[in-house]
Write a protein that binds this ligand. Sequence first.
Ligand code: ASP
Length: 332
Amino acid sequence: MTDKPKLSMLTLGGTIAMTAASAQGAVVPKLDAADLLATLPELEIDLVTHDFRQLPSPDIGFTDLAALAEKIEQEIADGATGIVVTQGTDTIEESSYFLDRTIGGDVPIVMTGAMRHPQQAGPDGPANLSAAMVVAADPQARGLGTVVVMSDEVHAARYVRKSHSTSTGAFTSPNAAPIGHIVEQELVLLSRPRPYEPLPRSPRLTETSIGMVHAALGDDGDWLRPFAEHTDGLVIAGFGGGHVPSRLVPLLAELAEAKPVVLASRTSSGPVLTRTYGYPGSEQDLLSRGLINAGFLDPFKARVLLHVLVSAGADRAEITRIFHDSGEISVS
Ligand code: ASP
């Protein structure tokens, strides 16, 4: 018998695992779990490791995420009390949300990465990995779902954004705050996100295509029709509280009749409104034409959620209901 936490670590590549042939060369993912662990002091945990992928995170796709979720569920069934996933930071805000929405149960899934690669001065990978282990091993983390641990902060997957391209403080939760901190190698938890019922992962995940379009000043969207034809659903990242140029409205209304079209905000924080503006192209106009409100969900998380729902065959009413709940929309 042992009281030690039983952690399972899965590596997917990313800057945390990158090296170059020479000190001046550009880095690519190369290091495996054993290499990453060699940078940490000895750990008081039972740890199994899996070198799952060796990718820069822009190359992670839904096929990889579905396989990762399955592997994590298998590790949990085999007795893991916490999961640590290392991956590139570029897409961690999306992959963490995917895992958060599709894996049930109480076992915490803790994702981390690095902003500085191991050959730079002051690489943050070892500190982030060590902090992720602390969180995954702490019984307080049970029931938190998937979190991202970077720079000694714990961010809920539903809130976290990569908000800077190079800073070691790149990770923020713009609509909330970190839900916890790692202080003197211990987890200090400040708040707990409410749990979600896990959504099903359909085999159709890999063949579903959801497009994302950002509204931009003066863009009449002429190019959008042929692009939209090749998608099963769309996320429109509107201006401000959910607005687009009026010239785009007839096309968006037509598309919303044919497939789910979700309206998010391109601002990176704050919700889509429901009843403030009434001009053509305003949130009220678009919602009245069948677009689905993403609420507080940013366009990237909205796209992941729509992808999961469309691939599972959810109908418009179900998609609207789940977005209403996930986007924390308080008005009916
Ligand atoms: N481009 C890298 C990646 O996402 C950046 C990182 O790992 O932080 O894999």
